[in-house]
Design a protein around this ligand. Structure first.
Ligand SMILES: Nc1ncnc2c1ncn2[C@@H]1O[C@H](COP(=O)(O)OP(=O)(O)OP(=O)(O)O)[C@@H](O)[C@H]1O
Ligand SMILES: [Mg+2]
Length: 245
């Protein structure tokens, strides 16, 4: 296990410095530093209530927060989620956030609302999503709410990809899914990061995330208590001390 603050990438796409957030009197995130560079998948691990979702919401500017989020070398305004998304910081939220009554295709197209009526660009992006998730292509006319949990998660990631992200943030995409479909989705995230896209993956299932991640941050009670090199984790008991601290 490596102490907090090491294993930093030299020239990160996303560089979060001293980010804090509170809900009323509850300080849910305390001066977090994380970074993700080109081609990196970094994991954020930690037990229920550790502050994982809060970290992603604060990065996006969805909740009041303090600190700095640097993206491609510039500071992002701290309360402008639409601006952040427009620049390419795209979140797949906890619970997926897809529109159940709309079709799969409509959900995907919504992700690319920025491009307006550019059909050629729309088709290019759709083709990319179909390459990532062939199953989605077979279900374009289906009402999204009638898909299985795993398929809905594919649509949620697909919709995020339709926005042409420069960094992708995911909040527990495996939640409630069977191991097989979880494996499929995480493998696709690995492919995306290997193609250059920085990915920040919030995940409670540490063993799965550590297989993919080049670096993992451990959150406990709102604080990053360790930065981990997955190749140095010899047993998952090593992580347990943070989960039960
Ligand atoms: N809207 C809110 N109002 C008040 N407190 C909140 C709110 N959202 C989260 N919290 C509190 O902030 C802390 C961190 O919550 P957060 O949702 O970030 O945890 P998490 O690590 O994502 O947990 P989980 O694994 O269960 O999703 C918890 O103590 C939680 O109760
Ligand atoms: Mg959460």
């Amino acid at each position: 296990m490596t102490p907090t603050g090491t294993l930093q990438v030299a020239d990160p796409v996303l560089d979060v410095r001293g980010l804090s957030a509170r809900y009323g009197h509850v300080e849910a995130l305390k001066s977090a530093d994380i970074s993700a560079g080109k081609g990196e998948l970094v994991a954020v691990l930690g037990p229920n209530g550790a502050g994982k979702s809060t970290l992603l919401r604060a990065i996006m500017g969805l909740i009041p927060n303090e600190g700095e989020v640097r993206f491609l070398g510039n500071s992002l305004p701290r309360r402008d989620p639409v601006g952040a998304a427009t620049k390419g910081v795209v979140l797949v939220p906890e619970g997926r956030g897809i529109f159940g009554p709309m079709t799969v295709l409509e959900n995907l197209e919504l992700g690319a609302y920025k491009i307006g009526g550019d059909r050629q660009e729309m088709e290019r992006r759709l083709t990319h999503v179909f390459e990532l998730f062939p199953r989605v292509k077979e279900r374009l006319k289906q009402v999204a709410g009638s898909m299985s949990g795993g398929e809905q998660q594919m649509v949620a990631v697909g919709r995020a990809m339709m926005a042409d992200p420069k960094v992708l943030l995911l909040d527990e995409p495996s939640l409630g899914l069977a191991p097989r479909v979880t494996g499929e989705i995480l493998e696709t995230l690995g492919t995306l990061s290997a193609s250059g896209l920085p990915v920040v993956l919030v995940e409670q299932k540490a063993p799965l995330a550590l297989k993919l991640a080049c670096r993992a941050y451990l959150l406990s009670l709102g604080r990053i208590v360790a930065t981990i090199n997955p190749r140095e984790v010899k047993s998952h008991d090593e992580l347990a001390q943070y989960y039960f601290a």
